[in-house]
Design a protein around this ligand. Sequence first.
Ligand code: ABV
Length: 233
Amino acid sequence: MRIDVVSIFPSYFDGLTLSLLGKARSTGLLDLNVHDLRDWTHDRHRTVDDTPYGGGAGMVMKPEPWAAAIDDLAAIDASVRPTIIFPSPAGEVFTQASARELSGSDHLIFGCGRYEGIDERVFEYAATRGEVRLISLGDYVLNGGEVATMAMIEAIGRLIPGVVGNPESLVEESHEDGLLEYPSYTKPSLWRDRPVPDVLLSGNHAAIAAWRREQQFERTRLRRPDLLPGDES
Ligand code: ABV
């Protein structure tokens, strides 16, 4: 998979050289390219923002550098229509299902907005070059799209076949089956007066599987009832 990220703070993404995604990049499973939006400006001050028409607080990102960036990046592989993602608190909510779906893409482009937003015409223009998605991590506001993009790249990247060494570790995680994960324990079996649940030491694999399933339902009911069928919230 090829991923291009456009940001005015490209060094935010230095962390993606670490750990599993860093390995995936060096082995060629993930071709991640981070770009500075200002490289698509032409004025002496490398201007990316301007005052909003109609008035209001803050600045809006200008359309021209974004269009030039999208043109160049979409043309890199003309054989695929990229998915162009703009993190936005006004977008659809990102879930494990979104990550799964996007992990099957050949080319993702992330546009990281700052200030009060990006000129609306950029989204319309981008739709002439690829499949545009405005995506939110949740109902809170960040200072820009960079941190949201990093979270999405990590969630998507680890689902690319071969990135996570043991694929079985992916299936038992929270959200893959719509429920929260069961609790995990390791040695010692008694620690500061707290025992590991007996069933886990029993060697009875059917009983262990049943207990873990119950724990998944119980935790989901307590912490995330919205995930259970019949919840209208
Ligand atoms: C993108 N907040 S995504 C740009 N939750 C600015 C703020 C922001 C995003 C999110």
